[in-house]
Design a protein around this ligand. Structure first.
Ligand code: DGY
Length: 322
């Protein structure tokens, strides 16, 4: 019997590619090209499954060109690159990689928030540029982190991880807003208080976005929301770029309407809005919140496990649809 044909859409850990090759006829992408949608559809046209990384859109147009495709394993917890309705209509299983990245991503979200609040990259650029001449009482004086109010929008596993760090490690008051309220025990573990969106914005010293990106959350933070925040506040986004109206954020940062921001995700990745690049009070990182070697390896292996379990007939381990 012929083995399922699998496309690994971006270069991966060699041991994971080799592991998949023991189960499937594997096509890899050794040059790590980020294929455009037409080329991705061409590469997938004769495949039964795919391992994607979040940058590859799986939609009705692609599915129409890939009649053999049965499963797509995303190496990411977010799966906004999947058109889930189109995948359901085509009978294509999607999977993601939850849990294995929770603590690593929460570490990074917290670090990015701290870096923005304490002006770490802005002051480093100043030092590297040879501009540090003398001590000054207000040189790069930022906002307080310990004891301040941490506001989390999106209280899933990663949001709760950030909340625990803030509450237990830094004595922060934690407030959150989410589609649904957490169970009392989970709220107690995070020492987190549920509030409405307006209260979240108004009380935040540090607002962190960790929610999934959907049509309902597109630009959930725009000019109107930024106007409700304290001018001393910071905004950190480790969800998806489209959660924030970047032009409005850049304007708020430039005019002092908001003190600082930390962004790991961008609407036009890997292109970054020039208005944001022009702001000194924003820490910018290239979508690396889950990027530690052990976590990326665990994500790759979980995506591989999903493909292996699916074709073994055991059913996917972490499905997102069907
Ligand atoms: C995720 O897992 O969704 C991260 O953003 C990495 O893509």
């Amino acid at each position: 019997m012929s083995r399922p044909r699998i496309l690994i859409a971006r270069r991966l850990f060699p041991e994971v590619e080799q592991r998949l090759a023991r189960h499937f006829d594997v096509q890899t992408n050794p040059d790590d090209v980020a294929w455009n949608p037409q080329e991705l559809a061409r590469q997938l046209a004769d495949k039964d499954g795919a391992l994607t990384t979040g940058g590859q859109r799986i939609d009705a147009a692609l599915l129409a060109a890939c009649p053999r495709l049965k499963v797509v394993a995303n190496m990411a917890v977010g799966y906004n690159n999947f058109d889930v309705d189109a995948m359901n209509a085509a009978g294509v299983q999607g999977t993601n990689t939850p849990d294995v990245l929770t603590e690593t991503t929460a570490d990074f979200g917290f670090a990015l928030m701290m870096a923005a609040a304490r002006r770490m990259t802005e002051s480093e650029h100043f030092l590297r540029a040879g501009r540090w001449q003398r001590w000054s009482y207000d040189m790069f004086a930022g906002g307080e982190v310990h004891g301040s109010t941490l506001a989390i929008l999106g209280m899933g596993r990663i949001g709760q991880g950030i909340a625990r760090r803030g509450a237990h490690g830094f004595g922060m008051r934690v407030i959150y807003h989410n589609r649904s309220r957490l169970a009392p025990q989970a709220e107690a573990e995070c020492k987190a208080q549920y509030v409405g969106m307006d209260e979240l914005l108004a009380q935040a010293d540090h607002l962190v976005l960790v929610l999934p990106y959907t049509s309902a959350t597109h630009h959930i933070v725009g000019a109107a929301q930024l106007a409700r925040m304290k001018p001393t506040a910071t905004l950190t986004n480790i969800g998806r770029g489209g959660l924030v109206d970047e032009a409005a954020l850049a304007a708020a940062l430039q005019t002092g309407r908001l003190a600082a921001a930390g962004l790991d995700v961008f609407e036009g990745e890997p292109v970054v809005n020039p208005a944001l690049l022009a702001c000194t009070n924003v820490v910018l990182t290239p979508h690396i919140a889950s990027a530690t070697v052990p976590t990326r390896l665990a994500m790759a292996n979980l995506a591989a496990d999903n493909l292996i379990a699916f074709f073994d007939g055991r059913g996917p381990l972490t499905p997102v649809n069907q």
